[in-house]
Design a protein around this ligand. Structure first.
Ligand code: C2E
Ligand code: MG
Ligand code: MG
Length: 726
């Protein structure tokens, strides 16, 4: 049998010869049939022009071998019509000692076909090539040049291939050489039926043009990962073959200058399929890491071990990537997948051999750190993971900084089940995320208590919706030019029999984590629209009064939002311009792809959109300009930060936001105007509208109605302002 290394060299030669024989019109060859022989490390090429050849170790043979395993007169090659046949033994009919194998099958006589491998013994073999075209010999000199060119090509390529040790680890079936633009440079065809569609005709084509989309996507993302990590990537996929599908393993091996090899292995044997299925049941498709099932089994073992040996300590880490959704939505799933593979590799590289890292799906990973004596060891490893993660990563031309929020839980007698440990690690991770991401938290009992309180609150909130315990309050929004009321912002309040009045900050974040916010948000929209239509019907007041309603992220990304609002406007006969929706910057960023679409649909409806709490998120005005917005609300923290000193940063921020927004044709509302000084300053910056305790706190519906009717003056503020003007 030939070795893997040799097999690979043969494959390399096949590719080169194939190309040289069928392409390159300048290099005309004297024969369209060639025998390449490998003999104790020596490589020779014979262009088969004669009608017969003898092959053997004796010097009187046409083709002489030196290997001891080759018989003195081992075989005969003869031409019949245009084909070559090989026959075992001498001209006198004496069979060879070791016999012949063709493509690893013993044989006595065989018509040779392109690519056939003929073995004479373990270290001597030949490979037969023929091309369809029959180039002609034009001159002897040209023939020699062609021959030496071919020989040098073969030898160079063989050296290249032998040097690529990664590549040599595999016995390949179908091999593609792919350039930096994902175009196929060479094909080493495979005899497997499943790869029959991938012959030389795919050379020069792009990956996406040759493979079905699902396979092409996986290929491209692994090629990207292989290139940037310079590491072999392995994944599985199914390739369709007529009406059936074949299970293939694909390896991507990076070469130089962005070139990669893709090696397709058909997992045809039953055993490999069984192994594959078993492997798949316990591993993640994209990263090849163990999956949740595998992880659970390993943690179970650790728990068991600890119950027998109290000295045995271990930790479970729950890792959740920060802002992965933004990457996925803005750069596409292909880059998203590549990102996950990179992160998985980085995490894996930080761990010791006995530790286990698993992908739980999406952007979630879990890590089991075994054999530690103290929680500090786990936190040390966690820090190391976070440092390794946050190195910049360039994907699809974008520089990304991965980061993760990690929850850590340490083994203790309390944990008899994996689920409990995972639950607490998840909770700790969640704490890390809400404390600002890219950090870790170690689980403690207090966290557990908080989580329990959370649960109670959740069930109370659900009850509250049924019992109609919510109310909208309305905070006036005033034109800073003439102090006139232009509208209100609707702010939700919860009146609970036991808790009293609960502010939104104490329940909105929880409702946002559950689907509850959608129902709550719909209620607020309906109640707000109903109230606004009542006000519009008040004869004393003109119907320009507007109402701002806050939208949460889940509501904003709900597909039915526009439809729901259109129905409400219709139901309450409201002019769409009188409704303004407030969303925060982070909502746009989290849904950037999707947002533009929704913005346009809401715009078509005529509804206005304001960016709430502007300046506290991480977007920029230039970015926001891509979205059709009507107003910005300067976050109250900037307004409150304005004080007497003119060097104050709040002052500078408020002023520049107004200037920039006006340049972009967007109105500005200042939140949190608490005193007359704020008002004077904001007016001097030409800020359009204001809202804050200086004018009025959020009022209940009756108070707001009285204010509209002029029954409840805000004379106290007016007076203060007039005094200031004097
Ligand atoms: P927001 O939309 O930025 O609302 C402004 C918040 O600032 C309100 O707090 C308001 O009472 C407060 N505020 C107004 N003027 C002043 C002032 O001069 N000084 C100070 N210190 N605060 C002032 P509130 O009502 O507690 O609401 C907090 C947040 O809860 C809101 O911030 C909004 O994000 C959210 N929220 C309120 N109602 C809803 C709702 O119906 N749906 C959703 N999704 N979120 C809501
Ligand atoms: Mg708001
Ligand atoms: Mg706000």
């Amino acid at each position: 049998m030939i070795s893997k290394k040799e097999k690979l060299a043969i494959d390399a030669i096949a590719t080169i010869l194939d190309r040289s024989l069928s392409a390159a019109p300048k290099r005309k060859l004297s024969s369209s049939q060639v025998l390449v022989i490998k003999d104790i490390g020596d490589l020779k090429i014979f262009f088969l022009n004669k009608s017969s050849y003898t092959i053997g170790r004796n010097p009187d043979n046409d083709i002489q071998f030196f290997s001891k395993g080759v018989s003195r007169h081992h075989a005969i090659l003869y031409r019949q019509q245009s084909s070559f046949w090989i026959v075992d033994g001498s001209k006198t009919g004496v069979p060879s000692t070791n016999g012949l194998t063709i493509n690893y099958q013993a044989c006595r006589t065989e018509r040779l076909k392109n690519g056939d491998i003929v073995n004479f013994c373990s270290d001597a073999y030949a490979i037969f090539f023929e091309s369809d075209s029959s180039p002609e010999l034009s001159s002897d000199g040209e023939f020699r040049r062609a021959e030496s060119f071919l020989a040098s090509q073969v030898e160079n390529r063989e050296r290249d291939f032998l040097a690529s040790s990664n590549f040599l680890q595999i016995i390949p079936d179908l091999i593609l050489r792919i350039d930096q633009n994902s175009v196929i440079l060479n094909v080493k065809e495979s005899k497997e039926r499943v790869f029959s569609g991938y012959g030389q005709e795919i050379v020069g084509k792009s990956i996406s043009a040759c493979f079905p989309m699902t396979v092409a996507q996986k290929l491209l993302s692994s090629i990207g990962a292989a290139r940037s990590s310079n590491k072999k990537q392995v994944f599985d996929c199914e390739i369709a073959e007529n009406n059936s599908r074949s299970f293939c393993e694909i390896q991507i091996i990076p070469d130089q200058d962005g070139v990669c090899f893709a090696i397709f292995k058909n997992m045809h044997s039953r055993k490999s399929i069984e192994n594959k299925l078993l492997h798949d049941a316990l591993h993640d498709d994209l990263t090849g890491l163990p999956n949740r099932n595998f992880f659970i089994k390993r943690v179970e073992l650790s728990i068991q071990r600890r119950s027998n040996d109290k000295e045995f300590g271990f930790a479970v880490l729950f890792v959740d990537l920060d802002r992965f959704k933004v990457i996925n939505d803005s750069l596409g799933h292909l880059v998203g997948d590549e990102f996950i593979v990179h992160v998985a590799n980085r995490l894996k590289d930080c761990l010791r051999p006995g530790d286990v890292i698993a992908r739980f799906g999406g952007d979630e990973f879990a890590i089991l750190i075994n054999r530690i004596d103290h929680i500090d060891e786990a936190t040390l490893i966690t820090r190391r993971l976070q440092v390794a993660l946050t190195k910049p990563l360039t994907l699809g031309g974008h520089e990304l900084i991965p980061s993760a929020s990690i929850g850590v839980v340490y083994s203790s007698e309390r944990y008899a089940s994996v689920n409990d440990m995972l639950r607490d690690a998840d909770l700790a991770m969640y704490q890390a995320k809400s404390a600002g991401r890219s950090r870790f938290e170690v689980f403690d009992q207090e966290m557990h208590q908080k989580a329990m309180n959370f649960l109670v609150l959740d069930s109370e909130l659900r009850q509250a919706l049924r019992r109609q315990e919510f109310k909208l309050f309305y905070q006036p929004i005033v034109s800073l030019k003439n102090q006139k009321l232009v509208g209100f912002e609707a702010l939700i309040r919860w009146f609970n029999p036991n808790r009293g009045m609960v502010a939104p900050a104490d329940f909105i974040p929880l409702a946002e984590e559950t689907e509850l916010i959608v129902a709550l948000g719909e209620w607020a929209l309906e109640e707000g629209c109903r109230q606004l239509s009542t006000w519009h019907k008040l004869a004393e007041f003109d119907s320009k009064l507007t109402l701002n309603i806050n939208l949460s992220s889940k509501q904003f990304s709900s597909a039915s939002l526009t439809q729901y609002i259109a129905e409400l406007l219709d139901k309450y006969s409201l002019c769409s311009k009188s409704l303004k929706l407030e969303i925060t910057e982070s909502i746009i960023m989290e849904n950037s792809q999707f947002s533009i679409d929704i913005f346009h649909r809401l715009r078509e409806l005529g509804v206005q959109i304001c960016i709430d709490d502007f300046g506290t998120g991480y977007s920029s005005l230039s970015y926001l300009h891509r979205f059709p917005i009507d107003a910005l609300k300067i976050d109250r923290s900037f307004v409150l930060a304005m004080d007497e000193s003119s060097q104050n940063t709040g002052f500078a921020i408020a002023q520049s936001v107004v200037g920039l927004a006006h340049n972009l044709g967007v109105k500005v509302v200042a939140e949190g105007i608490e005193n007359a000084r704020h008002l004077v300053w904001l007016r001097s910056f030409q800020c359009d509208y204001g809202q804050g305790y200086f004018f009025a706190k959020p009022l209940n519906a009756e108070q707001a109605t009285a204010l509209i009717k002029g029954e409840l003056g805000w004379s106290y503020t007016q007076k203060a302002y007039c005094q200031l003007q004097k």
